[in-house]
Design a protein around this ligand. Sequence first.
Ligand SMILES: *[C@@H]1O[C@H](CO)[C@@H](O)[C@H](O)[C@H]1NC(C)=O
Ligand SMILES: *[C@@H]1O[C@H](CO)[C@@H](O)[C@H](O)[C@H]1NC(C)=O
Ligand SMILES: *[C@@H]1O[C@H](CO)[C@@H](O)[C@H](O)[C@H]1NC(C)=O
Ligand SMILES: *[C@@H]1O[C@H](CO)[C@@H](O)[C@H](O)[C@H]1NC(C)=O
Ligand SMILES: *[C@@H]1O[C@H](CO)[C@@H](O)[C@H](O)[C@H]1NC(C)=O
Ligand SMILES: *[C@@H]1O[C@H](CO)[C@@H](O)[C@H](O)[C@H]1NC(C)=O
Ligand SMILES: *[C@@H]1O[C@H](CO)[C@@H](O)[C@H](O)[C@H]1NC(C)=O
Length: 760
Amino acid sequence: MLSIDASAGAFLAALAERSLDFTQYVNVFTGSQNGGNDFPGVVRPFGMVKLGPDLLVPGTDSYSGYLPNGNFSGFSLMHEQGTGGAPKYGTVSQLPVVGVVPDPLSNLTVGRAVADQASVGYYKAQTTDNVTVELAASEHAGMYQYTFPKGVLGNILVDVSHVLPSFRGQGLGQNYEGGQIEVFPDGHYEGYGTYDNGWNRAPDWNIYFCGHFDTAPVSNKTYSGSDASGSVEQASGSASSDAGVTRVGSLFTFNSHQVVSRVGISWISTAQACQNVQNEIPPGTDLQSVVEDTKANWNNKVLSKITTTNTNETSLTLLYTSLYFMHLIPTNQTGENPGWTSNEPYWEDIFTFWDLFRCSTALMQVLQPDVYEEQIRSLIDIWRHEGYMPDARSSNYNGRTQGGSNADNILADAYVKGVRGAVDWQDGYRAMLKDAEVTPPNTNPDPMAPDSSTKEGRGALPDWKSLGYITPRFTRAVTRAVEYSCNDFGLYQVASSLGIQTDSEKYLNRSRNWRNHWNPNQQSLGFSGFVVPRDSNGFIDTDPLTDSGYWGDPYYEASSWAYSWASVHDMKHMIDLMGGPETVVNRLETMFTPGAGGGTGIIFDSTNEPMFNIPYLYNYVNRQDLSVLRSRNVAKTYNTGVAGLPGNSDAGAMQTWLLWNIIGLYPITGQTTFLIHSPWFESLTIDLGSGKTLKITSTGGDGNGDSSFYVQSLKVNGKTWNRNWLTWDDVFARGGTLEFVLGDAPAEWATGDLPPSPAS
Ligand SMILES: *[C@@H]1O[C@H](CO)[C@@H](O)[C@H](O)[C@H]1NC(C)=O
Ligand SMILES: *[C@@H]1O[C@H](CO)[C@@H](O)[C@H](O)[C@H]1NC(C)=O
Ligand SMILES: *[C@@H]1O[C@H](CO)[C@@H](O)[C@H](O)[C@H]1NC(C)=O
Ligand SMILES: *[C@@H]1O[C@H](CO)[C@@H](O)[C@H](O)[C@H]1NC(C)=O
Ligand SMILES: *[C@@H]1O[C@H](CO)[C@@H](O)[C@H](O)[C@H]1NC(C)=O
Ligand SMILES: *[C@@H]1O[C@H](CO)[C@@H](O)[C@H](O)[C@H]1NC(C)=O
Ligand SMILES: *[C@@H]1O[C@H](CO)[C@@H](O)[C@H](O)[C@H]1NC(C)=O
């Protein structure tokens, strides 16, 4: 009896366990190809260590380390998530090599025998030498388990000079600038490497490491060298190259079938790196236990935040994989700040707010209120110690700013939605004022945009402040003007809430200056009125269909068809300028019409963030049904495959856009407004923390958002709702319910006020 009960109990427990293991719905290879650049390696939520393979295909930039083809150049502990531009990190690596290694410091690679396999917290690769590499990670340390073929001498190469290279020729390649490694009598190694550059054009930064092998090597050799000299063995067991860029590294040789290595990293010191690995992955730790801990972390801290009654494997995989990829960066680097000492949290790897401010940071607040408060405090502390908040930041260095100073929008969003806690909002507002008033010095001009600083702040402030528009003497003038308008709206929001009346009026005025770039006579496809370049002589002609550019151009990574919609805080005025609601509907529809962009082209481009809001803007002209239709068509181009993302993930920005579509709301950053469209599932519950939940149900749909997705009616917190938007207070501040009735044709349910346009 007893034994039967016990086993039945164990069976039920296992069953419960399995159903709570949301990691089974995460495909870590989703979006890892076709430019998605998702990082498929091992990582805890926001973990400093992101351990994964680095693949080398000469001529191809590998942004997350992973490529589906090529040879392994290493398995390194540091990566970014889903970024583009130029690779960053790929630092602190090991590479298993079989046989005699005559010249270890010569960019060795080993071939890949079979496709890599991975799941949350676990990664497995096999080299053409028949070495199996298995990986696991904690927050600040990584674990390698190598299985060598029996009867061969296996080596582990630690090449301190290893980074992810860039072949694009933009001057943004990372460089190894020196380092040190020392093998201690007990066989562990310590050291650091110095590197620079990468996408954010960072000056030298150091990362410290501390590696252990749980199996004794038969030999260890330490080398220094260069391409010219080859690798030169150092009898002392240590090598450093402080004086130059000589490469250093060590080769550990084993005659064991299995070799386990545990490596800690730190931004502070080798002692801290050793402490990190000792604390998190002590000697004798079993790889599987680290994997299980990682899965538990993902389940408890992230994946369980959204639950649904949906049982469709495809839908669940899209949901949980998207949730996963929005939680890799920023990195929680609290306690690991090499720049200054403070009691504030420290969050790093912001890559970038230009991507994240539009809808991602708003979801971070909803899902991770504690994390979010720490992130806001960290931004303010960066301003406190370095003078400016970042628009992007990695290796503890601000850069690069693509358009405006978008931390302003994020602080405004947090403020109006009630983020308080330990945030010092007086300082927060001072940090925003710095962005709005003080031109950042252009001490290290960006070759791709030398006119003004791309490090931080707003480089084109001199024109913005004196003229109220930005002349072509500044690159990305139109992009910056529309983004500075949104940034200034953020200052207005905070100033007016803090009761700073003169600032409030001033920044509200400035938030309307995007209008100064509005040329009512600029034509495209029969529509009049676009944001255009201008100088003191007036507007400059452009071709809104083809004027999308890059760093040196008036429009950054999107055309004036896109940027003309950017000023959502001033929508009512924009609608008037465009010629009224009917024209606006036609204009939006034109953006989704095949062929309108020339050839088979569609003007709307889901691969890049400036377009993120556009499918939802129909709500402002009382065509909520078209917001549902157009946004759903875009969302359904995502899939769970390796090419499942339309563009670079950009730190999870793409995934959060999809998550909002699944949820049925879309945030207007900087305001408490959420536009309502239509949820995918019959039931979805968001854990808002502190015991609060938002429960979203629907009837009449197909359950997966593929059809019958038009809203027929809606109840908010049990009461019939007739507006196509709601506010933070309605359903997030205290939790709430949304009950949708869906159907296969549009219905006239949204008869109430349109979403607010506070600057109009
Ligand atoms: C991988 O290495 C093999 C053998 O060294 C070489 O023949 C091959 O060209 C390499 N592949 C790539 C993509 O570099
Ligand atoms: C190794 O790679 C670096 C770039 O990452 C390159 O500068 C160097 O020339 C390469 N060395 C050899 C021997 O191929
Ligand atoms: C790898 O293993 C396969 C199958 O076990 C074997 O055929 C092959 O010769 C091995 N290759 C090497 C380089 O050891
Ligand atoms: C590392 O190599 C040195 C020099 O050959 C040797 O004295 C030392 O015992 C080795 N240490 C280990 C742990 O193998
Ligand atoms: C960030 O890391 C610090 C130090 O490890 C930790 O104390 C803190 O709880 C972390 N923050 C969150 C939100 O997990
Ligand atoms: C804001 O603009 C209005 C109208 O142009 C003007 O009268 C007012 O003085 C401005 N306020 C500030 C604080 O600049
Ligand atoms: C599961 O959802 C996908 C994606 O929405 C859909 O294509 C598929 O038909 C659904 N499968 C079932 C069995 O309903």
